[in-house]
Write a protein that binds this ligand. Structure first.
Ligand code: ZN
Length: 355
């Protein structure tokens, strides 16, 4: 019997399957400024979406913090205990001063936001099955596996979400992870190494962190990119391989790790994708999933520049304008010929802009 969890409660049909909590944002005496991470990115995305009147406070789903019991579905007790040491958390989050904080503050100011984002991804997994799509405005901690964190990732939210679905939602026995963050997703790869129910596609810069050769064995479709890869090559590869992956195996759900650290100028990603390129990339993934009527869950993962939040919000607005995401329960809008026409027009606009 699965344990009792608060994360799978019913959500009113008036809410969009967009999950967020103000708790996501890390703020503590300027500590967050010491990491090359815009630690308020998640709140800014929500503010942009509110300004554009896509959502309001009462039409989004408020994420709840994952409890120890929830986390133990994947994590070992040994690993969770290690997080009670500030130096371990300082290493995982790459914020060295965390080392000097008493652990109760580390728990409250650093780990709680990450646990709330993790709860958000798990909640969004169920919502994606109910509604056809869902977006967690945070999450995407793809470097963390059941017994090891790293690269700012302290909890394995993608693994947890898939295991929750396998255990609790009837009809979910196959999942595909499409990981388009600039880094290799070694956390979920290690967790699903010998699990044939999970198909992993990973597109990343081959020269940067983590270079985890062992984890690469779990990737079914591996696309390694060179420094400075630009829109044309990138989008062609994404389109070909998303189609290819879904032709190879038809999953019951897609987990889309939509990292924006592929953006030109990102100090960590080392790629050169334009803002329009990222918007187009998300569109390719959503249009492919929605046309095939496969539920899709998007998490935002890495992406560290000041302009990142605006790009994520613009991408979500674009998905809405094209009819790929809406508040309705059905997936029928993608069959609408008017929408098809808009898609074609938009593709030609974007081609002119960015290719
Ligand atoms: Zn990344």
């Amino acid at each position: 019997m699965p344990h009792k969890t608060q994360l799978y409660h019913d959500v009113p049909s008036t809410c969009w399957p967009i999950v967020y909590s103000p708790e996501y944002n890390i703020t503590f005496m300027g500590l967050e400024k010491l990491h090359p991470f815009d630690a308020g990115k998640w709140g800014k995305v929500i503010n942009f979406l509110k300004e554009e009147k896509l959502i309001a406070d009462d039409t989004i789903v408020v994420a709840q913090e994952a409890t120890d019991e929830d986390l133990l579905v994947v994590h070992t007790r040994r690993y969770l205990n290690k997080l009670k040491w500030s130096f371990v958390v300082a290493t995982i989050t790459e914020i060295p001063p965390v080392l000097f904080l008493p652990n109760f503050l580390v728990q409250r100011k650093v780990l709680k936001p990450l646990r709330t984002q993790t709860g958000g991804t798990i909640m969004a997994g169920k919502l994606a099955m109910d509604r056809g799509w869902a977006i967690n405005v945070g999450g995407g901690f793809h470097h963390c596996s059941s017994d090891k964190g790293g690269g700012f990732c302290a909890y394995a939210d993608i693994t947890l979400t898939i295991k929750f679905l396998f255990e609790r939602v009837e009809g979910v026995s196959k999942a595909t992870i499409i990981d388009l963050d600039a880094h290799q997703g070694n956390g979920h790869e290690r967790d699903f190494m010998h699990d044939n129910r999970v198909y992993i596609m990973d597109v990343y810069n081959r020269y940067i962190y983590p270079g985890d050769e062992f984890a690469k064995c779990a990737i079914k479709r591996r696309i390694e990119l060179d420094w400075g890869t630009e829109d044309k090559e990138y989008l062609q590869k994404v389109e070909t391989h998303v189609e290819g992956a879904l032709n190879e195996v038809r999953p019951d759900i897609i987990i889309y790790n939509a990292g924006t650290d592929v953006l030109d100028g990102d100090p960590l990603g080392g790629l050169a994708i334009s803002p329009q390129g990222i918007i187009k990339r998300d569109e390719i993934v959503f249009s492919t999933a929605r046309k095939r009527e496969i539920p899709i869950l998007m998490v935002t993962s890495g992406g560290y520049q000041k302009r990142t939040a605006r790009i994520i919000a613009d991408s979500i607005l674009n998905l809405h304008n094209l009819g790929f995401i809406d508040e309705k329960l059905s997936t029928s809008s993608v069959e609408n010929p008017k929408v098809e026409l808009m898609i074609t027009e938009c593709i030609s606009d974007l081609t002119a802009l960015s290719l």
